[in-house]
Structures are given as structure tokens and as C-alpha cells.
Ligand binder design. Structure first.
Ligand code: DC
Length: 348
């Protein structure tokens, strides 16, 4: 039979029973689990990890604050309850709820510290790869897979990531929302200057219509000029950054440590987009998607200002026959080789 001793009893008087008591094993096991969950979440999505950590720590403080206030009341004004003397039903309920909240608060706080520790372990493990500033510029046409590559590279090297296409999509959205016309250069420039980066996670920016509208405002010099500072500031993060778009290696970050141009045949890109439409249940033919991709390529490559093109020192990765894992591995290898061959880049 297992002897039940609590964690606190073992802290006060350790003995061999502590090694088998569920009162000790359960909290230790739960904390270890939270360390693992913290590490896992932080590895997948650092932003989500930070949100969960903050919410968890706030929750434990709120629960603890409640218990401390009620316990303080009993200690100061109703010491009988503390000594276990009979009291009213409400008094009993409050006393029990405060003790319970105190236990919950401590358990949640310890759990969240475990969660935070897991995230810290992952960050520590990654630090050697990112201890030096590293700016990665990733350019390429629509549906080439550059966005997926950029996100995974950023995650792998622990860097912030900016999908610059979202900026142009958001400008187009804001012009239309204000009742303006997409080809009105003044309205578009005003929207670009007033752009609120906090609105970039708007799900409405994701669809092909938003991309098409973006490529219209992206032709306008005043729009590009208004968005330049934001992108350069993003790239000046002390850790470095990954930016993906059309002109990152040529205009936004001409001094990037690594420049990658991700491309794929128009037919393959159209097939990918068509599969995405299918998955969302949208009825559109492959031929229409291909025509749309070609029109967008022509607009992005043919414009006078910052056209879509590979920088002279960019390394091209053709993803026509690569899946997402292989494309990521190719980009990672390019970056690792570049860092190894250029130690100066690491010291910036
Ligand atoms: O990458 P995307 O599909 O989200 O980009 C939408 C449009 O924005 C694209 O057609 C061209 C434009 N764009 C640009 O001109 N420069 C960038 N750096 C990123 C996007």
C-alpha cells in the first residue's frame, strides 16, 4: 500500500516514503509535463507561447490574490476559523474556498513556471545559431512557397518574420474600406502612411482577391516609399529578421546576410493555388487560376519600381518538385553554408 504524504511534508521532512507518494509524484509529474508542453509550444509558435505564459501567470496571481485577501481577513478578523472553531456556513465556505484557491494558485504558478522553463530551454538551445545578427531576405513570385519557407526558417533560427505582402494587402483593404478606388494613388499612399501593423493578422488579407488588389497598390511609388521604413525597422531587430516579399533582397535589405529567391513553374504554382481553392470549397477552374498567376507575375515583374526579380547575389531555390520540408531544408542549408563561408556576417 502506498503511504500518502504531501509535497510540503516532504519538503519539511524528507524521507524514503516521499519517493513513492502520489502526493509528491503527481505534482512533480505534472510540472515536468508542463515543462515539455512549454518547450513544444515555444518551438512551434513563440508568440503563442508568450501569450499562454502571460495568461497563465496572470491567472495564478489572480487566484492567489483572492486567497490571500480572504485568508488575511480570517487571520485578522476571525481567528477562530483559523483555529478550527465552529463557524457559520458562509464563513466555512469562504475559509475552504480560500484554502483551495491558495493551493490552486500555488499549483498554477508552479505549473506556469515549468511551462516558462520549457520555453526558455528551447530558446537557450537555439541561441548558438542566432547569437549573431542574421538578416535573411526571401523573394519570389506568388505561390512559390516563399512564405512557408520564410516562416520555417524564422522558427528554426529563432528570428522574427515579416510577410511583407501583408502590408500591401492591408493597404488595399484600407483603401477599399474607406470607399476609395484601388487605382487612386493618393488614397493608397494615405492608407499606406496610416497603416496599423496590428491589423496584419486580419484573416481577410489571406485570399487571392486581396493578393490581386495588393498587386495594384504595390505598383505605386508613394505606397512603396511609405512602407519602406516599417520594413527596414523590422529588419533592424537586434537579432536580425526574416522578411519575404518581392523586393527584399534588391531594395529593402540590399545588405542582407543571405538572399534567397524561391520560385516554381507557373503551372505548379497554379496547381498549388487550385488545391487551396478546392480545400476551401471554392469553384474555380485550374485554367483561371493559372491565368491569374500569370497576370500577377506580369504585373509584379513588369512594374517600373522595385519589380519582382532575384538580387544578383541571391541563391535560387526552385520548389517545382520540392515539398515544404525539402524546400525548407534547401533554404536552411543555403543559410548555414553562407554563415560558415562568411564569418563577418555572424559578427554584425
Ligand atoms: O506575397 P503576396 O502574394 O502576399 O503579395 C501580394 C502582392 O503584394 C504581390 O502581388 C506584390 C505585392 N508585393 C510587393 O510588391 N512587394 C513585396 N515586398 C511584397 C508584396
Amino acid at each position: 500500500m502506498l503511504n500518502f504524504v504531501t509535497f510540503m511534508e516532504c519538503v519539511n521532512a524528507p524521507n524514503s516514503t516521499c519517493l513513492t507518494s502520489p502526493g509528491v509524484l503527481a505534482p512533480v509529474f505534472l510540472t515536468l509535463m508542463l515543462v515539455a508542453v512549454g518547450a513544444l509550444v515555444a518551438r512551434r509558435d513563440r508568440k503563442r507561447f508568450r501569450e499562454l505564459r502571460a495568461q497563465g501567470i496572470w491567472a495564478s496571481f489572480i487566484i492567489l490574490a483572492y486567497s490571500v485577501v480572504v485568508l488575511a481577513y480570517f487571520f485578522l478578523f476571525a481567528p477562530d476559523a483559523v483555529l478550527g472553531v465552529e463557524q457559520s456556513q458562509i464563513g466555512n465556505m469562504l475559509w475552504i474556498s480560500a484554502i483551495f484557491a491558495y493551493g490552486m494558485g500555488v499549483a498554477t504558478l508552479v505549473g506556469m513556471l515549468g511551462f516558462a522553463f520549457g520555453g526558455w530551454l528551447v530558446k537557450r538551445k537555439r541561441t548558438p545559431a542566432t547569437a549573431q545578427r542574421l538578416v535573411v531576405a526571401i523573394d519570389g513570385p506568388a505561390a512559390s512557397g516563399k512564405g512557408t519557407v520564410a516562416k520555417r526558417i524564422a522558427q528554426h533560427f529563432g528570428l522574427p518574420c515579416l510577410d511583407t505582402g501583408l502590408l500591401y494587402r492591408a493597404v488595399a483593404r484600407d483603401v477599399v474600406a474607406k470607399g476609395g478606388a484601388l487605382d487612386d494613388a493618393n488614397a493608397a499612399a494615405a492608407a499606406a502612411r496610416a497603416l496599423d501593423a496590428a491589423t496584419l493578422d486580419d484573416p481577410n488579407l489571406r485570399g487571392p482577391a486581396a493578393g490581386d488588389a495588393a498587386s495594384i497598390v504595390a505598383k505605386m511609388p508613394a505606397v512603396r516609399a511609405a512602407l519602406l521604413d516599417y520594413q527596414r525597422r523590422f529588419a533592424s531587430d537586434r537579432r536580425g529578421a526574416v522578411l519575404d516579399g518581392r523586393d527584399i533582397g534588391t531594395v529593402i535589405c540590399p545588405d542582407a546576410d543571405v538572399k534567397i529567391f524561391v520560385t516554381a513553374s507557373a503551372e505548379e504554382r497554379a496547381r498549388r493555388r487550385h488545391r487551396e481553392h478546392d480545400a476551401r470549397g471554392e469553384a474555380i477552374t485550374y485554367e483561371d487560376v493559372l491565368a491569374d498567376i500569370r497576370r500577377r507575375d506580369a504585373r509584379d515583374s513588369g512594374r517600373e519600381i522595385a519589380p519582382l526579380e532575384a538580387a544578383a547575389d541571391a541563391i535560387t531555390i526552385d520548389t517545382t518538385t520540392l515539398d515544404a520540408d525539402a524546400a525548407f531544408a534547401a533554404a536552411r542549408d543555403v543559410i548555414v553554408a553562407k554563415i560558415a563561408s562568411n564569418p563577418a556576417a555572424k559578427k554584425q
